[in-house]
Design a protein around this ligand. Structure first.
Ligand SMILES: [Zn+2]
Length: 171
C-alpha cells in the first residue's frame, strides 16, 4: 500500500514537472545560465518565453558543408511559434564558437531580435561572423551591445518611461 502511494506521488511529481519542462542540453546549460543572469541584470524577463519552448539542443541535422554551415537556428511550429532553439554540433569544435552561436540564438528568441543587425560586422547579432575569436576576445563589450541594443531592452525602457510619466504627471 505504502509503495503504491509512493509510486503514485512520484508519478504526479513527474507529470507536474513535465507539464512545463523544457529539455535543455547539458552542453548549452552553462551558457544559458550566464545568459539568464545577464537578463536579470538588464531587467529582461525570460521565464514566460522559456516555458513556451520544447527544447534547447545541440543537433546533427542542420546543414553542414564546405560551402557553409548553419550553426544555429530557432525552429518554429506550424503556427509560426518558436518551439526549439538548436545549435549545430560542429559549433562544439570550439567552446568560444559554441558560446557566440548560443548567445546569437538566445538573442533572437529571448531579446526579440527578429532580424539581424548587419551582414558581417563583428557583433553577436550579425548574419555571419568571419572571426568568432574577435568577438570572444571582446566579450564584455559584445554583451553590452547585445543587451543594450536589443528590442527587449528598448521595450523595457519604454514601459518604464510610461510608468514614470504616469506616476509624476506634468503640472
Ligand atoms: Zn541569426
Amino acid at each position: 500500500m505504502k509503495k503504491s502511494l509512493l509510486l503514485l506521488s512520484l508519478f504526479f511529481a513527474f507529470s507536474t514537472v513535465n507539464a512545463q519542462d523544457v529539455s535543455i542540453d547539458g552542453r548549452l546549460k552553462p551558457f544559458l545560465d550566464d545568459f539568464f543572469a545577464l537578463c536579470k541584470e538588464y531587467n529582461i524577463d525570460y521565464h514566460e518565453n522559456l516555458f513556451k519552448l520544447k527544447k534547447i539542443a545541440i543537433v546533427q541535422d542542420l546543414q553542414t558543408g564546405p560551402e557553409g554551415s548553419t550553426l544555429g537556428m530557432v525552429q518554429r511550429d506550424a503556427n509560426g511559434q518558436v518551439e526549439n532553439i538548436v545549435v549545430n554540433w560542429v559549433a562544439m569544435l570550439d567552446q568560444e564558437i559554441l558560446k557566440v552561436v548560443a548567445f546569437h540564438e538566445f538573442g533572437h528568441y529571448f531579446l526579440g531580435y527578429d532580424a539581424h543587425v548587419c551582414n558581417d560586422c563583428g557583433i553577436i547579432m550579425s548574419v555571419v561572423n568571419s572571426s568568432y575569436f574577435d568577438i570572444a576576445n571582446d566579450w564584455e563589450n559584445q554583451i553590452t551591445i547585445l543587451f543594450q541594443d536589443s528590442p527587449a531592452y528598448k521595450n523595457r525602457n519604454n514601459s518604464l518611461v510610461t510608468t514614470t510619466s504616469v506616476a509624476y504627471p506634468q503640472q
